[in-house]
Design a protein around this ligand. Structure first.
Ligand SMILES: *Cc1c(COP(=O)(O)O)cnc(C)c1O
Length: 401
């Protein structure tokens, strides 16, 4: 949780600016706010860091992905290719804009693969909700080839990949629209917050209006604004934007420290038999928030997790059994336990989510143990951790069992 590791005077200063004026609302009230516009400043900082033409801050990352899907033109009845390995918000967002998730295989990048996408394409496929997982990124060259060849709408959930890029382009900017989360667990946090990004002006205008009841934000009298579309309230408050601004400014520093610490940990583990790592499609663009360790098979990974727990090593995730991130645990989705009927239920789901055949995803996630990289680690701490992990893997390897 790098963002929260560096929380201090800078965040307090930005929040205090807002408290001084009492102007917690991001729009209008020009006279009272005394030149304080934290949401706008946060958006400007993100645009600068990512090289995005447009950015729009919203209440959270889940809202940002829903806004990205809707603004990109994905709606009721559209089939959208989804990943079985993600924070479930990206699947929920597809369902709640009225679309129908179709699950495809991931590969060793931990993201959807071009090959996996091609296998589930149908004439009804409208788009892809691509999620850049565990600080890394999908293999964009091969994915963009499928997107262009089949005229698909690409929307990227880069919720946990802020500061990651592929061949010089920030993730989130390959498709029509993208999103990032600034929740408590990301590289930078707002407490709760998210941001929508795009390079397309029309898509941005739709997102800007959609996330504030359709307001076009022209002029300085909110009561007299036009509403080109229907929308909803996904606004961010100035208090959250203030925290996000201070945190985002720290990202370059966090990124450098993360990369150094990840490299040290990786070096410490790379000579241990049985350990390999998930594929980072562009190592130069890694946000380095996780070291993703791959064991030879699921059984060895499970024994490694037992050993890590016995040794008291914290700060890792075994997603295969974790309740949040892998399809095996999504019983509410598989059985469509909804509060009220969704378009997907009315229109019919083309595949039974209880009988999906995703052997590659099962194999990859079964072998994966992800360690959270801390930017405040000392060299001694990284070395000690590396030794402990290596010891646990050695004890879990088949020869020792
Ligand atoms: C964190 C995350 C989200 C959700 O963001 P919130 O700000 O918590 O709503 C969505 N997608 C991915 C991939 C995430 O990691």
């Amino acid at each position: 949780m790098p963002g929260t590791e560096l929380f201090g005077a800078e965040e307090r200063k930005e929040v205090n600016d807002v408290l001084e004026t009492g102007m917690l609302f991001r729009y209008n009230h020009d006279a009272q706010r005394n030149g304080i516009w934290k949401a706008r400043e946060f958006e400007a900082e993100v645009k600068k860091q990512l090289g995005a033409k447009y950015a729009h801050a919203v209440s959270n990352g889940s809202a940002a992905i829903a806004i990205a899907l809707a603004s990109a033109g994905i709606g009721a009845g559209d089939e959208v290719i989804c990943t079985p390995f993600t924070f479930i918000a990206s699947v929920e967002a597809v369902l709640f804009v009225g679309a129908i998730p179709v699950f495809a295989e991931i590969d060793e990048t931990l993201c959807l693969s071009a090959e996996g996408i091609k296998k589930v394409l149908t004439p009804k496929t409208k788009g892809i909700c691509l999620v850049h997982m565990c600080g890394g990124m999908a293999d964009m060259d091969s994915i963009m080839q499928v997107v262009n060849e089949h005229n698909l709408i690409l929307v990227e959930d880069a919720g946990q990949a802020y500061a990651a890029s592929y061949k010089g382009t920030s993730v989130g900017l390959f498709g029509k629209a993208g999103s990032y989360s600034f929740d408590f667990f990301k590289i930078a946090t707002a407490g709760e917050g998210g941001i929508f990004v795009t390079n397309d002006e029309e898509t941005y205008k739709l997102a800007d209006a959609y996330s504030d009841h359709g307001h076009n934000h022209v002029g300085n009298n909110r009561g007299m604004e036009q509403h080109p579309v229907l929308g909803f309230n996904y606004r961010i408050s100035e208090l959250h934007a203030a925290v996000a601004l201070a945190q985002t400014r720290k990202v370059p520093q966090v990124l450098a420290a993360n990369r150094r610490n990840k490299k040290m940990l990786e070096d410490a583990l790379s000579k241990t038999e049985g350990i390999s790592f998930a594929r980072v499609a562009d190592p130069a663009g890694d946000s380095a928030t996780f070291l993703n360790m791959m064991l030879p098979d699921t059984e060895t990974a499970k024994r490694t997790v037992d050993e890590l727990n016995k040794a008291g090593v914290g700060g890792f995730n075994y997603w295969y059994l974790n309740m949040y991130h892998f399809i095996n645990q999504w019983d509410h989705l598989k059985n469509m336990k909804t509060v009220s009927k969704l378009p997907a239920e009315v229109l019919g789901i083309p595949r039974d989510y209880n009988n999906l055949h995703l052997p590659k995803s099962q194999e990859v996630i079964g072998r994966l143990v992800s360690f959270v990289i801390r930017c405040t680690w000392t060299e001694e701490e990284v070395k000690a951790l590396g030794q402990k992990i290596a010891g646990c893997v050695e004890a879990a390897m088949p020869a020792h069992v």
